[in-house]
Ligand binder design. Structure first.
Ligand SMILES: NC(=O)c1ccc[n+]([C@@H]2O[C@H](COP(=O)([O-])OP(=O)(O)OC[C@H]3O[C@@H](n4cnc5c(N)ncnc54)[C@H](O)[C@@H]3O)[C@@H](O)[C@H]2O)c1
Length: 253
């Protein structure tokens, strides 16, 4: 169900070819927004944008390159005339992201670039354009991994924690000028990419122990991103909104 929550708004979604980003871009357009879909996978972004008609523009972009991120903002302005929403969503998973002893420096640096610096570049270039549009909403994607360490992926979890702080500072520093900044923090989300990581038995176990009785879909997450992007959330800023269905069911003692 859509409610026209983003009528007239112009948004950028990074990682828009991916599982959650594509669902969010589709929902943004369904809710009335015009959307720049950015992804390293330019063909994937173009495929999703192709479904969405004139309200969508695809661009191949690497969010770890500041000039590419500046280009996303320039495209939003030249194609759609303003910028209201930035969704920092792109991510790369690095197989060697392990524990504090074994994780290579290069993995730390690449993870920092794609998670933290991409969001820094996004804020740096989007905020001035949003101010010219009278304000805006930045929605940055974190992960449960920021606060619930698992057996691997220390760089990913650490960098996700860092962008939660970046978002809170942005909310505090630009709120008075009409910029809101929030974080969405999903638990496990079933996407084409995550489906490939687990066998059917493991996926069934995730659903069986989930408080919600099932795992999250990309649409579950997109609905919360769209809410935070919209004026329904006009007084919501500096928050981290978990989308984990209540987490895992507790043990009985
Ligand atoms: N799927 C989950 O279970 C889950 C859980 C918690 C948080 N998240 C977060 O949700 C967001 C989306 O995840 P997803 O599951 O849809 O991942 P995904 O792998 O399906 O999509 C990520 C997209 O980002 C793109 N990308 C990678 N590096 C890029 C770069 N340098 N520049 C531009 N685009 C780049 C990829 O091409 C891909 O299309 C991520 O921030 C992720 O950390 C996902």
């Amino acid at each position: 169900m859509t409610r026209d929550r983003l009528r007239g708004k112009v948004a950028i979604v990074t990682g828009a070819a991916g599982g959650i980003g594509s669902a969010t871009a589709r929902l943004f357009v369904a809710e009335g927004a015009s959307v720049v879909l950015a992804d390293l996978d330019g063909a994937g972004a173009r495929r999703v944008a192709g479904e969405l008609g004139a309200a969508a523009a695809a661009i191949e972009a690497d969010v770890t390159r500041e000039s590419d991120v500046a280009g996303l903002v320039a495209l939003a302005l030249s194609k759609f005339g303003r910028l209201d929403v930035l969704h920092n969503n792109a991510v790369t998973a690095f197989p060697d992201d392990g524990d504090p002893v074994g994780t290579p420096n290069a993995v730390w640096q690449q993870t920092f670039e794609v998670v933290v610096m991409a969001a820094v570049y996004g804020c740096r270039h989007a905020i001035p354009a949003m101010l010219r549009s009278g304000g805006g909403s930045i929605v940055t994607m974190s992960s449960g991994a920021a606060h619930h360490p698992t057996g691997s992926r220390i760089a990913y979890g650490t960098c996700k924690a860092a962008i939660e702080t970046l978002s809170a500072y942005t909310a505090s520093m630009y709120g008075v000028q009409g910029i809101r900044s929030n974080v969405v923090s999903p638990g496990f989300v079933l996407t084409p990419a995550t489906r490939g990581l687990f066998d059917e038995g493991q996926l069934a176990a995730f659903s069986a122990t989930a408080a919600a009785g099932r795992v999250a879909t990309p649409q579950d997450v997109a609905q919360v991103v769209a809410y935070l992007a919209s004026d329904d959330a006009a007084y919501v800023s500096g928050q981290v909104v978990k989308v984990d269905g209540g987490g895992a069911r507790g043990l009985k003692w």
